[in-house]
Design a protein around this ligand. Structure first.
Ligand code: F6R
Length: 248
């Protein structure tokens, strides 16, 4: 715990060491509170983290059978079993291999007929779970967190969002390498939804993130760099490999 405006930064030699350390930290949180409410990202960055968590579960060093999870975002207009959906990504990388059951998982339904009602339902589900204890985040090279894209204004609550071309490009791998096949819209937790988590850890690796990490940690708060709002939180840590920390 520290004052707002100070982001704790921890640097590891490589992304594997960062993922391993964060997995151990999460294991510590779960052993202190087995019913931990965990907020989770998708993307390339957390893949190693999820591998490390699964490894701990398989060795009996971590019991995730009572946690609850809330993912940050989902593409609009695709069902949970679509191969490009974030739900499917989570099932493949974490939920199935770690034995996390459907009852433990809350997810935005990108295929919901009424997206506004779906966003409201999600906010209510987070509140009903008692709020998010630990929110893990990745970061886009443009400074987005969840799908809160750089803009003149940011949305506080879970909402429907239009994705930037660079965000669609960086998700193309999920859609047969075709950026045009990536849905143009998504549902995402809002800035206040994220900032209300009791504790936040942002994980970033690789040179492509170094510029925005330096601005997030040391720059002014700006809606054009949504992650900079993390400076307002009293318990946020940025976990990096050396490449992502190279411009600090
Ligand atoms: C996805 C999410 C995004 C990603 C970000 C980085 O759930 O919340 O903000 O964390 O786009 O993605 P990667 O890790 O693929 O660089």
């Amino acid at each position: 715990m520290h004052g707002p405006g100070e982001i704790r930064v921890t640097v590891f030699p490589n992304d594997r060491a960062a993922a391993r350390a964060l997995a151990k930290r999460i294991a510590g949180h779960v052993s202190a509170k087995p019913s931990l409410v965990l907020g989770l990202p998708t993307g390339r960055t957390p893949v190693r983290l999820y591998q490390e968590l699964v490894w701990l579960v398989e060795r009996g060093q971590l019991d995730l059978s009572r946690i609850r999870t809330f993912n940050l975002d989902e593409f609009l207009g695709i069902a949970r079993d679509h191969p490009g959906s974030y739900r499917r990504f989570m099932e493949d990388h974490l939920f199935k291999p770690a034995g996390i059951s459907d009852e433990q998982v809350e997810f935005l339904n990108g295929a919901a007929a009424d997206s506004a009602a779906e966003c409201e339902r999600y906010e209510e589900a987070i509140a009903a779970a008692g709020g998010i204890d630990v929110q893990i985040l990745g970061i886009g090279t443009n400074g987005h967190i969840g799908f809160n894209e750089p803009a003149r204004e940011l949305q506080a609550r879970t909402h429907r969002v239009r994705l930037k071309p660079e965000t669609r490009r960086s998700n193309a791998a999920l859609f047969g390498s075709d950026p045009n096949a990536v849905p143009g819209e998504a549902l995402s937790m809002g800035m206040a939804t994220i900032l209300q988590a009791r504790s936040i850890v942002l994980l970033a690796s690789g040179k492509s993130k170094a510029g925005c990490i330096a601005r997030v940690v040391n720059g002014p708060i700006a809606t054009r760099l949504p992650a900079s709002f993390l400076q307002l939180h009293h318990d946020v840590e940025v976990v990096l490999d050396e490449a992502a920390a190279s411009k600090l």
